[in-house]
Design a protein around this ligand. Structure first.
Ligand SMILES: [Fe+2]
Length: 253
């Protein structure tokens, strides 16, 4: 598929078989508005993985239908599950994946697979998964799309160039993620309970041959592991030495 094909206004092609789909702004405590987005990955069988579902309506759902069939929904963190029930209702046959923290927080939610570090058979040649450990109050699952080198995350980093309102601008500045930069919120450091586990997770993430990052809050951005390493210090509690990508981490689909 070429990059410019099929998509409507909401689907931003990132590379072959991966898109960012913008949703509405979400209102945070205190009134800050944050832009939201899902990342959509198409598997070799043309089924779709929707990471962190936005609030879909019929139009955005139709856009997804134009590129494939939604087969997997991922609720990646304790902060990213709000629109999952509506997505489950819209695509009842989709397999629902969630971080352990979501499973604990949302017993009302039908969760078919709790994600950890194990590969999901349906996507193991295309996607790798890592649980960001040591921060159970967030408990975020990030993904690596092997063909495009995209690190897909929820709140691991923000890249909000234009905050939707003044409160968002203030909150981002207070979190150390203002100015339109790709940056990690101080929240990770505040909520981290196990520095060793957090550093180990960051090291595993940075061992992937990353070429870009696709956040849920803000625009995709070209960056490699060394560029990301300098942005992980709040979570990791300092710089994490980079390791050469392993055969496993660089495995191509
Ligand atoms: Fe978020």
């Amino acid at each position: 598929m070429s990059l410019g094909t099929t998509t409507g206004a909401s689907l931003l092609p990132i590379d072959e078989d991966i898109w960012q789909m913008s949703g509405g702004d979400v209102r945070m405590p205190g009134g800050a508005l944050f832009p939201t987005a899902s990342t959509v990955i198409r598997l070799p069988d043309r089924s779709l993985v929707v990471y962190s579902p936005i609030e879909f309506d019929d139009a955005t759902a139709a856009e997804l239908a134009s590129i494939g069939e939604v087969a997997h929904l991922i609720a990646p963190s304790r902060f990213h599950h709000l629109f999952v029930p509506a997505a489950v209702a819209r695509w009842p046959r989709a397999i629902v994946h969630a971080s352990p923290g979501v499973a604990a927080k949302r017993p009302d939610l039908r969760i078919d697979r709790v994600l950890g570090r194990d590969d999901e058979p349906a996507w193991r040649d295309v996607l790798a998964i890592e649980r960001i450990e040591g921060v159970p109050k967030i408990d975020e699952i990030v993904a690596f799309h092997r063909p495009s080198g995209a690190l897909v995350c929820a709140d691991l980093v923000f890249h909000i160039a234009r905050p939707p309102n003044l409160r968002a601008r203030i909150v981002l500045a207070l979190m150390g993620a203002g100015g339109g930069r790709l940056a990690q919120s101080r929240t990770w450091g505040f909520l981290r309970s196990d520095r060793v586990a957090a550093r180990a997770s960051v090291a595993r993430v940075l061992a992937w041959p990353i070429k870009r990052v696709v956040p849920c809050h803000g625009a995709p951005c070209a960056i490699d592991a060394s560029g990301l390493a300098s942005r992980m210090t709040r979570l990791a509690g300092g710089l994490v030495p980079l390791l050469a990508p392993t055969a496993e981490s660089s495995r191509e689909a």
